[in-house]
Design a protein around this ligand. Structure first.
Ligand code: NAG
Ligand code: NAG
Ligand code: NAG
Ligand code: NAG
Ligand code: NAG
Ligand code: NAG
Ligand code: NAG
Ligand code: NAG
Ligand code: NAG
Length: 468
């Protein structure tokens, strides 16, 4: 620990990025219940030395997915179809990725009167040090693909729940009715969340601990130790590494693009970690009184509820190539930020990761419309977080490491236009144009379909696809 601490001071001087290495112990973050992603359990996890032996065991391209569907509803036929559909969706995704280890999914039906169709979480995140020196949360399905010895993985990478209160349609069924939801596209959507399309920036910590629900933060790593609570820093996910905050009209003209990683570093000026508190109450009091909490959480809440203000920019790409995340709806921790903007993409080939879906849309009609269900943009996002894809089989940078190994930071990647002095005004109208053009095109293309649905059925067509 002493060594780490010294090193960490040294790094600050060199790179002027605060608190590069605060996660000193090997921890995992488990999220056992997809319907309650605020329930996050931090526990010790053992990560061994990187295994040099490249396991030469032949991997079977047709066996990269395992789906166990626990079926306790009476309609056995429905269960079988759901299992098959989920498996097909997983195979479909695994065929565009290059996987070394099988993806394992546990799914179940849980009838619920609330308006979700499906909900998903990675079962576990491992805290690993990315090549920029910062420790981040990597979902198990991704962490498994690296040359790390994770000898206590959970048997399922991904936990899912589907809600049989709504009528699902499966590939190969009779033509889809205007009330049926396409289980195949919902499965694809949910699997991408399970693979790591997920931010830790939300209000769940605040809500769980009775702070204002309009407080968004990354996840504080707080664990019980003898005689108190050890705070080891705020943690973001590997997805968050590529998320940027754009200036809005209320800010000065020269406001630069900010990044979630910078915000996490700003939060970590609180403490600073590692720091022991005598109990949770002291931690909460000191945190909520801190300038970091008071300034940053409302700033993030404002951005999270302002259209077109948060964007995912793939590794080393220009902001104009980024994908806007959902910030245009009433704040919902399961929908906001961890989805693409519905305003921009719901009627485009990037529709898959918007937070809600229309019924009555068959897989075939989507393929006719868009070609592929998994868009190039989505593939780039998955590649940025660390998956190899058939389109891009080379890692952007060396794999992340065990956080207990020495940090070897390299300059953190930032979108190319943020390294120049481009101000946000110039940026905003150029990119808006790009997206508006695409958007209009598709909006027009799908209009007929939507109008048709609305004349046949009144009421709620749109339901939230997922709580995460
Ligand atoms: C979700 O988990 C949190 C933390 O364990 C708990 O306080 C809360 O009651 C749970 N919420 C639901 C709806 O189960
Ligand atoms: C199905 O199983 C889950 C998990 O065991 C349980 O929570 C749920 O209540 C069960 N649902 C039904 C309809 O039996
Ligand atoms: C994915 O599924 C769709 C629909 O079943 C199919 O047309 C497509 O060929 C599949 N793609 C891959 C790569 O398996
Ligand atoms: C697994 O973890 C334990 C410590 O929890 C460690 O002693 C062991 O060497 C690790 N590796 C294997 C292959 O068990
Ligand atoms: C980091 O975030 C803080 C708080 O929003 C901001 O004042 C600062 O300018 C940001 N720094 C960079 C380099 O973006
Ligand atoms: C926090 O407390 C634990 C248990 O008492 C101790 O082992 C650890 O060194 C302390 N850490 C810091 C940073 O003070
Ligand atoms: C919490 O805040 C109080 C009051 O400012 C301060 O005395 C105490 O040292 C702080 N606790 C820690 C662990 O920093
Ligand atoms: C933006 O994306 C286009 C198309 O994929 C690519 O040709 C171009 O190099 C990208 N620009 C930057 C700066 O990343
Ligand atoms: C972008 O916005 C600026 C300032 O509002 C305006 O002067 C400029 O003409 C706009 N450029 C385009 C391409 O719309």
């Amino acid at each position: 620990m002493k060594f780490n601490f010294l090193f960490f001071r040294f790094v600050i001087i060199l790179f002027d990025i605060s608190f590069l290495s605060f996660a000193l112990t090997q921890n995992c973050i488990d999220i056992p219940n997809p319907l309650n992603k605020t329930n996050r359990i931090i526990r010790p996890c053992h990560i061994g030395k990187p295994s040099n032996l490249k396991s030469k065991s032949k991997r079977d391209e047709n066996d990269m997915c395992k789906v166990d569907f626990t079926c306790n509803i009476s309609d056995g036929n429905l269960c079988e179809k759901a299992q098959k559909s989920l498996y097909d969706a997983c195979q479909n995704i695994s065929s565009i990725l290059i996987l070394k280890k099988q993806i394992t999914i546990s799914a179940t039906f849980l009838a619920d009167s609330s308006n979700y169709l499906g909900a998903t979480t990675p079962s576990r995140f491992y805290l690993l040090r990315s090549k920029d020196g910062i420790v981040r949360a990597y979902p198990q399905a991704l962490a498994k693909q690296f040359q790390l010895e994770l000898n206590d993985t959970l048997s399922y990478d991904i936990e899912m729940i589907f809600n049989p209160s709504y009528e699902f349609w499966f590939n190969g069924d009779e033509p889809i009715s205007a009330l049926q939801y396409n289980f195949f596209t919902i499965s694809l959507h949910e699997i991408f969340h399970g693979l790591g399309f997920m931010s830790f920036f939300d209000n769940s910590f605040a809500v769980n601990y009775g702070l204002s629900s309009e407080s968004i933060s990354p996840l504080p790593e707080l664990t019980s130790v003898s005689g108190g609570e050890l705070f080891e820093g705020f943690i973001e996910t590997i997805f968050d590494r590529f998320v940027y905050i754009l200036a809005d009209s209320s800010e000065p003209e020269n406001t630069k693009i900010n990044s979630f990683t910078n915000i996490t570093a700003e939060f970590n000026k609180f403490g600073p970690p590692p720091k022991n508190y005598s109990n949770e109450i002291e931690f909460l009091k000191n945190l909520s009184d801190s300038p970091q909490w008071k300034n940053l959480t409302p700033y993030l809440y404002k951005k999270a509820t302002l259209q077109d203000s948060i964007i995912f920019v793939p590794f080393n790409e220009d902001v104009s190539n980024g994908t806007f995340l959902e910030t245009g709806i009433a704040y919902n921790p399961g929908s906001t930020i961890s989805h693409v903007s519905s305003n921009k993409y719901e009627d485009t080939s990037d529709f898959l990761m918007v937070y809600q879906t229309n019924p009555g849309i068959s897989t075939e009609s989507l393929i006719n419309e868009f070609g592929d269900l998994i868009s190039p943009r989505l593939k780039t996002i998955m590649h940025s977080i660390g998956f190899l894809t058939k389109d891009n089989p080379i890692m952007n940078e060396p794999e992340p490491e065990n956080p207990e190994s020495s940090p070897s930071p390299s300059p953190s990647p930032s979108p190319s236009s943020s390294s120049t002095t481009t101000n946000s005004v110039t940026y905003k109208n150029s990119s808006t144009k790009i997206y508006l053009d695409t958007w209009k095109l598709w909006k027009f293309a799908l209009m007929i379909l939507i109008v048709y649905l609305q004349t046949d059925y009144f009421g709620n067509f749109k339901l939230i696809i997922c709580n995460e």
